[in-house]
Ligand binder design. Structure first.
Ligand code: GLN
Length: 195
């Protein structure tokens, strides 16, 4: 197994560190050729406008979709990554992978100063609650029928999945808790078993 981490901008190294702690090999994805021979892809937090524009410029949008559409290539977007994976976005968004039928409202949790941390119960991970870090996070305003909510914070869904795709509006890579990363690895194992 090798997990790709889209390495255009954002908290790339932090994700890498988490997978390495779990003994999982990673590859930093900087061009569309780097997407070959991967088991799945993480789109990290950062600035969705920047990441999206450069994905287009490097021809990566179509290439990611080519793999994702096989149904056997899990993709996990954190924060900015969630925005890029949404079918609909409130506010400017030059690029959309549209892998998850949600409406993402950019920066709707407030500005940088109002970034916060909350203890969020996630049934799929079991106890204890997860230390969720929100940094200018998007809010999920709408979810389609194919989307399964996995966690809520103040009545808002902050983690959801749809088939092989996963989104979190918070940043598990900025904590010491590896459980969401492990959950994504389990999704990859599932996708491989279905091959
Ligand atoms: N506010 C950023 C955006 O709209 C996302 C912030 C983040 O990824 N921490 O792209």
């Amino acid at each position: 197994m090798r997990v790709g981490i889209l390495a255009i901008q954002g908290d790339v190294r932090e994700h890498e560190r988490m997978f390495h702690r779990l003994g999982i090999a990673t590859k930093l994805v900087r061009s569309k050729e780097h997407l070959q021979d991967l088991s799945g892809l993480v789109i990290p937090g950062g600035e969705s406008t920047t990441i999206g524009m450069l994905m287009q410029e490097y021809g990566m949008t179509e290439e990611v979709l080519k793999y994702a559409r096989t149904g056997q290539f899990p993709v996990w977007g954190t924060c900015a990554g969630l925005i890029l994976m949404a079918t609909e976005v409130v506010g400017p968004s030059p690029t959309r992978l549209a892998l998850m039928d949600i409406t993402a409202d950019r920066n709707a949790w407030g500005r940088q100063v109002s970034s916060f941390e909350a203890e969020v119960p996630i049934a799929a991970l079991g106890p204890p609650d997860f230390p969720a870090v929100f940094i200018r996070a998007p809010r999920i305003r709408r979810m389609g029928d194919t989307v399964v909510p996995l966690a809520k914070c103040q009545d808002d869904v902050v983690m959801a999945e749809s088939g092989p795709f996963l989104v979190t509006s918070f940043h598990p890579e900025l904590t010491e808790d590896v459980r969401v990363h492990r959950y994504f690895i389990e999704k990859i194992e599932e996708a491989r078993a279905n091959r």
